[in-house]
Design a protein around this ligand. Structure first.
Ligand code: ZN
Length: 277
């Protein structure tokens, strides 16, 4: 079955972390000039400005705010630290409301000192605590499963199945899933779990980049689309066959690309988006 050709940029979104040297004002101006339609704002990009000023900048650039990244990091050894995490997530939801971001992406967290089961229980508690505020704000929470190499400190949720199971347990229309190619491309059950998420209206967002072989850094060596082994087009096809019509969000953490000229990087993102996504 064929998939939508990316002959225009109307579904291209870029995460501000991708060009992290740029202020949100610069990113807004440059993305817009390149024809990019959407932006996902990382909370760090709000340092030195206010959510209200950022919202106005993005609106005047004509960019759609696709989501805010990121909330989560719920597990912690002490109750006090877990409460601090909740407060940070509450602030993130307030920022979503001001920015007009319909989705808050959750990197759910993990703590090396405790078991995955304990982490998962604390993640569930954290999400359930936030859901009333999310609903009142009109913001959906999106669980992003992370690659298993991050199961020690970043996310106890590493598979789409675990995310779907948790969503099913909590059973709220304000909770769904972010599918990030980088994290889930290896999963033999990916297609069936995307189908399962779609059947419950849980497919909230889609992140793209590539997996270089080998990665030189566990965190900051993501590839531009086409530089690695991920069948991005195949995964996009799975999303689209299951009714996903949202943005293709380019999210690249890369010491290599960050060290170079960011205007050239943006040109390469647009080229790779058309050719390899
Ligand atoms: Zn992502």
């Amino acid at each position: 079955m064929s998939i939508t050709p990316l002959n225009n940029l109307s579904r291209l979104c870029i995460h501000t972390i991708t060009t992290r040297a740029w202020s949100i004002e610069t990113a807004a101006h440059k993305y817009s000039a390149a024809g990019v339609a959407g932006i996902t704002v990382w909370r760090q990009a709000l340092d030195g400005t206010t959510p209200r000023a950022a919202a106005s900048t993005l609106a005047s650039a004509g960019l759609e705010v696709v989501s805010l990244a990121r909330g989560g990091f719920f597990p912690a050894v002490t109750a006090g630290a877990r409460q601090t995490a909740i407060e940070q997530n509450r602030r993130a939801l307030e920022e979503c409301e001001i920015l007009g971001a319909p989705v808050l992406v959750l990197v759910c967290g993990a703590v090396p000192e405790q078991s995955i089961e304990t982490d998962l229980g604390q993640i569930r508690d954290g999400i359930e605590t936030l859901l009333p505020q999310a609903q009142a704000a009109g913001v959906r929470l999106a669980i992003e499963p992370l690659h298993p190499m991050y199961a020690d400190t970043r996310s106890a949720i590493v598979k789409m199945k675990t995310a779907n199971d948790l969503c099913a347990q909590i059973d709220s229309s304000w909770l769904g899933i972010t599918v990030d190619c980088y994290h889930v491309w290896w999963d033999p059950d990916l297609e069936s779990e995307i189908e399962r998420a779609a059947a419950a209206s849980r497919l909230l967002s889609f992140h793209i980049c590539d997996w270089k072989t080998p990665p030189e850094d566990m965190l900051n060596d993501r590839g531009l689309m086409g530089e690695g082994v991920i069948d991005i087009r195949g995964i996009r096809g799975m999303m689209e066959r299951n009714g996903f019509e949202g943005y293709n969000e380019v999210e690249i953490f890369s010491n290599r690309w960050w060290a170079g000229d960011q205007d050239f990087f943006l040109e390469e993102i647009v080229r790779a988006y058309r050719e390899c996504s």
